[in-house]
Design a protein around this ligand. Structure first.
Ligand code: MG
Length: 179
């Protein structure tokens, strides 16, 4: 089986008066991430990793902030579109691993809910989704809580070698077409 690896990185500022969306889940916090879409930093890093692995460019190319269609876009919806592009290019997702860099809040209470949400978006089992969080040890802008960053790594396999459509990717496509 042919394999492709991709990596992604994203940063958003934290501001008052916005919901905090992480991995498609709303996380209770006094601030939220600022951006044109819902500013879901985890999913943006993941999206760039997916597009990079499939040789399909980057998020900004497919969903430019200058395009009003993507204003306040739900990043979990964007993830579905990206997985569609990746599958259309002949790949399916084997696994991903994500790191959130944030001083607060603690991610642990929401970790498995976020992993399940991402697993469903990617069409993989929950154990194929790694999610870790670290603080920036009080250093710099992230340490002062001015924003959050995320790192993502993704592994893709080719659908042809997996029998023209891996069961996970096929199942996901079926779910999607069924609405
Ligand atoms: Mg972003």
């Amino acid at each position: 089986m042919k394999l492709r690896v991709g990596q992604g990185y994203d940063v958003h500022r934290l501001v008052a008066g916005r919901k905090l969306m992480l991995g498609g889940e709303e996380v209770p916090f006094e601030k939220g991430l600022d951006g044109h879409s819902d500013a879901d930093v985890l999913l943006h890093a993941l999206g760039d990793a997916l597009l990079g692995a499939a040789g399909l460019g980057d998020l900004g190319q497919h969903f430019p902030p200058s395009d009003e269609r993507w204003r306040d876009a739900s990043s979990i919806d964007l993830l579905g579109r990206i997985v569609g592009l990746v599958m259309g290019a002949g790949w399916f997702v084997l696994s991903c691993d994500l790191t959130l860099i944030a001083e607060a809040p603690r991610l642990a209470p929401y970790r498995d809910r976020i992993r399940a949400r991402i697993a469903s978006g990617l069409g993989v089992e929950i154990d194929a989704v790694g999610l870790k969080a670290t603080t920036n040890e009080g250093l710099g802008a992230f340490g002062r809580g001015e924003g959050m960053a995320a790192l993502a790594v993704v592994l893709l396999g080719d659908r042809e070698a997996a029998g023209g459509g891996a069961s996970t990717a096929g199942g996901e496509a079926k779910r999607r077409s069924g609405g």
